[in-house]
Design a protein around this ligand. Structure first.
Ligand code: SAM
Length: 346
């Protein structure tokens, strides 16, 4: 299997150059949603009344699309959803992706974002299949509050067990992502700092974006980077850390004793669109060039019409060419994107 995949891939590499959009940004980071279904109904993300909206594709089709993208210079693939751990065939997909090589001949940086509900049982098989890293979403470190947010009783205990299992099997560093909303969970900032120090995980706070199914977002609902740093400083003196890479979205902090790591991702108050290296593939095989795009680009349609890998390369190139310069959150002309976060893949 590996040799077939690799030979097709190297043929694609020979045909094509790396993806660069018209703003000069190299596109090296692909996010693939492998299902539109989710077993949580987080109150800031979903209405609670709607289920999956878009189709799941056969696992082999995600692999083919990812392989073609990798032949165009993608170096990092993140699997997401919906909830990716609900997806049958996920382990096989991870195994096959881990056999792909970048244009420089290196293994992919292969990551996954999950709500962690099924992670305790899945952590070891995922690692064995070749996953490099994992990010778990947690919006509180208080069991009652957590269950109110996810609308699933007992969810905190499950997710905590998942985080610990991921750490135990060496899916390190485990990152824990928390979306902060004013009047809702900003009281968790210091608790999360303690959590990072006690559990040995990287906690990342993410500003709330207008990507929810409902209409909750207002500029005032965003807990800004500045406020987060102030809250952390009230707990212990914070120390800014050097970035890992130029395109890194998180600004990193530790504390005066060097224990714990907190990242802050501020797409609203400190947008990083100028360094964006991402492209997304939805569970139904549409390319999205920005979280806030007004339309999708139907790569799966090219496959369904019997398109070759070359046809897909051509379609991807034309699509990436049109990648938006930046988002317009908070500006008068801002339009809500055509899909919400759960149906794009965060
Ligand atoms: N089910 C998986 C999970 O929970 O991580 C993957 C999909 S989920 C949509 C991906 C991430 O998007 C989660 O960390 C979630 O908190 C985040 N998210 C959802 N809505 C958001 C919003 N409006 N603004 C910022 N992040 C959001």
């Amino acid at each position: 299997m590996a040799s077939t995949l690799e030979s097709i891939q190297s043929a694609a590499a020979g045909r094509a150059d790396r993806l660069i959009d018209k703003h000069g940004r190299a596109i090296t980071d692909l996010r693939v949603s492998v299902t539109d279904r989710c077993n949580y109904k987080c109150v800031y993300c979903r209405t609670g009344n709607e289920g999956a909206v878009y189709a799941d594709l056969p696992i082999a089709d995600y692999l083919r699309m990812a392989r073609v993208f990798v032949g165009l210079g993608i170096e990092k693939v993140r699997l997401t959803g919906g909830e990716p751990l609900l997806r049958r065939g996920l382990l096989e997909l991870v195994r096959d992706l881990s056999r792909l090589r970048t244009l420089d001949g290196a293994p992919l940086d292969l990551a996954l974002t999950t709500n962690g509900h099924l992670l305790e049982e899945m952590a070891e098989p995922l690692r064995d299949a070749g996953l490099s890293r994992i990010t778990v979403s947690m919006d509180a470190v208080d069991a009652e509050k957590f269950a109110r947010i996810t609308r699933v009783p007992g969810s905190y205990e499950r997710v905590l067990a998942g985080v610990r299992a991921a750490k135990r099997v060496g899916l390190a560093p485990v990152k824990v992502n928390c979306v902060l909303l004013r009047g809702f969970n900003e009281d968790q900032i210091v608790r999360f700092a303690q959590f990072s120090r006690e559990e040995g995980v990287i906690v990342r706070f993410i500003e709330f974006m207008p990507l929810e199914e409902d209409r909750l977002w207002t500029p005032e609902s965003v807990v800004s980077m500045k406020e987060i740093v102030t809250a952390l400083g009230s707990y212990r003196p914070v120390v800014r850390m050097a970035p890992n890479a130029a395109s890194e979205t998180a600004v990193r902090y530790t504390f005066d004793d060097g224990v714990g790591e907190i990242g802050i991702i501020a797409p609203v108050t400190q947008a990083f669109c100028g360094a964006c290296s991402r492209v997304r593939l939805t569970s139904d095989g549409k390319i999205r060039t920005c979280l806030f795009s007004q339309s999708d680009h139907d790569l799966y349609g090219v496959m369904q019409r019997g398109g070759s890998d070359d046809d897909m390369v051509e379609f991807i190139r034309r699509t990436i060419e049109r990648k938006e310069a930046r988002h317009h959150i908070g500006e008068p002309e801002f339009l809500k994107p055509s899909r919400s976060m759960v149906h794009i893949g965060g």
